[in-house]
Write a protein that binds this ligand. Sequence first.
Ligand code: ADP
Ligand code: MG
Length: 250
Amino acid sequence: MNLPSLEVLLKSLRLPHMAARWEQLEQQAQQEGWSYGQYLKVVCAYEHAQRDNRRLARYLKEAHLPSGKSLTGFDFAACPTLERQRVMQLASNLDWIRRGENILLFGPSGVGKTHLATGLGIAALERGHLVRYWSATALVQYLQQAKEQLTLQRQLQRLDRYGLLVLDDISYVKRTEAETSVLFELIAHRYERLSLVITSNHSFSDWGEIFTDTTMTVAAIDRLVHHAHILEIQAESYRRKSAHSGQGSN
Ligand code: ADP
Ligand code: MG
């Protein structure tokens, strides 16, 4: 047979991981007596797994999620009002993202809202959804600039790439007409199509403080709540607690 080398063939077929590993796996196949079919399956599975890992790493980087805040590291015992099972259910069954539903996380400062929102984001990523984390103030500023440059619609559409947007600390958004109106446009744009996880120190009754005019507040809350899972955390600040017990702080 006058064929090109396997390296060349695999590279031109864009199978770089197979090209890097086929020889080593061939030795293993000989030692362990694999059939040709088994060997083929193992090299293909290797390529597949490597691609998945790299894709995940790429998406994780693109997501800009705060690091080290997965659900595995979350101490549910510190949040007695939060049902662990409900959170884990949302993390393992992501139908809510497929349906474009939202999660709203309320609670005072330091009780783990950012941690939980991030943990849910990681879970979504691991199951193939594209996620992007933003501090709400940064996203609002970004969208406001886009509006000034008459590119708001285009930027909103670019965010459609993400099945899940995490908007952290929505209550810190400045209460100017310009800032709140882009926030409202974002909410209306994604409504019933794409998910938001929103964290807030204020509960709905205080949202008049976020959105300027009350008609806008009512319309935004209506859309957010229409298909939403609401998680309220009432707990002592974990930050303060761990500082007191000398476990370090953030
Ligand atoms: P919030 O966003 O509600 O202000 P954070 O999520 O930033 O609070 O939590 C503050 C710090 O405490 C973070 O380092 C977070 O990882 C940690 N933390 C908060 N709650 C918990 C918890 N229940 N289990 C583990 N770590 C927690
Ligand atoms: Mg936070």
